[in-house]
Write a protein that binds this ligand. Sequence first.
Ligand code: UTP
Length: 294
Amino acid sequence: MNNKVKKAVIPAAGLGTRFLPATKTIPKEMLPIVDKPSILYIVEECARAGIEDVILVAGRNKTAIEDFFDTSHEVESVLEAQGKIDLLEHICSIKNLVNIISIRQKFAHGLGHAIATAAPITGSEPFAVLLGDEIMISKDNQPSAIEELCRAFEDTHISTVATMEVPKEDVSKYGVIDCESIGVNKWSIKNVVEKPSPESAPSQFVLPGRYVFTASIMQELKTTRPGKNGEVQLTDGMTAVAKKEGLHAMTVQATRYDAGDKLGFLQANIELALKHPELKQPLTGYLKKLCETF
Ligand code: UTP
């Protein structure tokens, strides 16, 4: 069995209703966090982990994402003519980060259905899944979130997903795991429940959108019937994998932002702008003044 994780699936075919009307014609994964679309942060996370092929599950109106990772002759020749060589090199480096393979999810039948759409490309190999609207930022000296999961998977050969603890009142926004501890910050998953009420949730450990799976998740998703909200739920496929061959959860070091949610998107923009060399000082001054006024 080949345990090196070389492929990643990024489902980006959702309707993005929480961001309407902005997402009526623009995919939410193309909304900028400071000066980069959120999808670029995710592809960079893949590249840092040694992932070579990124399978983009796109829906209608999503060609902007494919174009973003392609050559733009016009932009490149203008930058060259203007002598903006650093910017030109930066722009050109984006298309060489990974191989982008695009596949269509023809109907938004849910996250589980979107991932199963990539099965002909992932084949029998293990693969990573990164949600297109969850940004995970790690410090320069830290491994990226998906890298931590890939390394854990390569050690154990067991599907491994990221988890984080949230306040009880927030569990209904997430998939929640029923689990038992198997070590420091590591759990064995027994069951996964999609968006439970705080009263019925099996724990406060939720799934923030980073996963590494063996190929068997694809078999499960193919036969998973629509669940909550009439959608094929990844969480149902995960429960089946947990029962058949085991499923681990672990915390990761990176800071996570829910960029598919308006507040999370604004937080990501502010925090990352505060780390940006050009913006750090003027933005700090602006925010201090703003806080005095309000
Ligand atoms: P979300 O439920 O957060 O995304 O799905 P959404 O449906 O686009 O957003 P809202 O809730 O309407 O605002 C999590 C991820 O799964 C993808 C989404 O693109 C997102 O990255 N997804 C979801 C699909 O690719 N296909 C689907 O059918 C559903």
